[in-house]
Design a protein around this ligand. Structure first.
Ligand SMILES: Cc1ncc(C[n+]2csc(CCOP(=O)(O)OP(=O)(O)O)c2C)c(N)n1
Ligand SMILES: [Mg+2]
Length: 307
């Protein structure tokens, strides 16, 4: 039985180690989106190193590509590559583990980082799944600041036009973007009402509650005839008061003292979660994650996304 709450705090520590070693990283949004990513990869999605080229696999797009460190941590835990290799190579000259997702790496379907592109591409993926009559689903994670990009709304319109009930989008609603609050930079309340007006099924949950996220992804699978948006209400920098809710931690490398305090806080959260018995058993995907990852070499690297 795997405790996904404890896992979320363990993986946050891997992200912080990555950012310390690589001397770069979007730490605030990495921390807020962690439960979304753990729920996707260890509960909701049918994806693993074994089926990554199966046309019936679920598709994932990290549209807020600046938070690639959390994606790396989750993919490493699933067995796509060893976490030691990521921490050693992340953001180093010549490395494949760069600061935004690229599809030369196993497990990554789409290059991202230029905000606003993920939803339109995910619409295309979901439409292709429908046209090919596949049982699979497409998931996309966006930031709330990202909603200022007009292409998001073109994607939102197309998704309902084509009745893409196999598409599930998440907004990491941490209420901060690069330079301040989303309401100051480009107001958007209510995200829920806006997407509902575009014809989406909308769920609004505590996005740092792993059980709530798992339940939301389950509920989305039962919806017919329209896509689902999960508004994941989160805290930017979640896990340590050193970084929580501070716009200046959007991109920030902790000092030695900050690092010590953050790791102490994250470990305390992990230990507290470990003392609670998780509900339910270990999912199939979680069991698959136990397989030993082989280091990524030139030969094992993917040649590009195969959709
Ligand atoms: C098209 C585009 N414009 C600007 C940027 C620079 N940028 C990187 S992160 C960011 C803020 C994103 O905020 P949000 O979507 O809320 O992300 P989060 O809070 O989850 O980190 C911006 C403006 C970008 N990556 N792409
Ligand atoms: Mg944000």
């Amino acid at each position: 039985m795997q405790n996904l709450k404890a896992l979320s705090y363990k993986l946050r520590q891997n992200v912080v180690d990555m950012i310390m070693a690589g001397k770069a990283g979007h730490i605030g949004g990495d921390m807020s989106v962690m439960e979304t990513m753990v729920a996707l990869y260890f509960h909701a999605m049918n994806i693993s190193p074994e089926n990554q080229d199966d046309p019936n696999r679920d598709m994932f797009v990290m549209s807020k590509g600046h938070c690639v460190e959390t994606l790396y941590a989750v993919l490493a835990e699933k067995g796509f590559f060893p976490i030691e290799q990521v921490i050693r190579e992340y953001s180093q000259f010549g490395s494949k583990f760069i600061g935004h997702p690229n599809n030369k790496l196993p497990g990554i379907e789409m290059n991202s980082g230029s905000l606003g592109h993920g939803l339109p591409v995910a619409v295309g993926m979901a439409l292709a799944q429908k046209m090919d009559k596949r049982p699979s689903r497409t998931y996309v994670v966006m930031g709330d600041g990202e909603l200022a990009e007009g292409s998001v709304w073109e994607g939102a319109m197309s998704a309902t036009q084509y009745k893409l009930d196999n598409l599930c989008a998440v907004i990491d609603r941490n209420r901060l973007q690069i330079s301040g609050t989303t309401e100051e930079v480009m107001h958007q309340d209510s995200v829920e009402e806006r997407f509902a007006a575009f014809g989406w099924n909308v769920l609004s949950v505590d996005g740092n509650d792993i059980d709530a996220m798992n339940a939301a992804f389950d509920a989305a699978k039962d919806v017919k005839g329209k896509p689902t948006l999960i508004v994941a209400n989160t805290t930017k920098g979640k896990g340590s008061s050193v970084m929580e809710n501070k716009a200046s931690w959007h991109h920030h490398v902790p000092s030695a003292e900050e690092y010590e305090q953050i790791m102490k806080d994250l470990k305390a959260h992990e230990e507290a979660a470990q003392s609670v018995r998780p509900e339910g058993g270990l999912s199939l995907q979680a069991q698959q994650s136990k397989t030993q990852a082989k280091p990524l070499t030139e030969r094992s690297e993917r040649e590009g996304a195969r959709i």
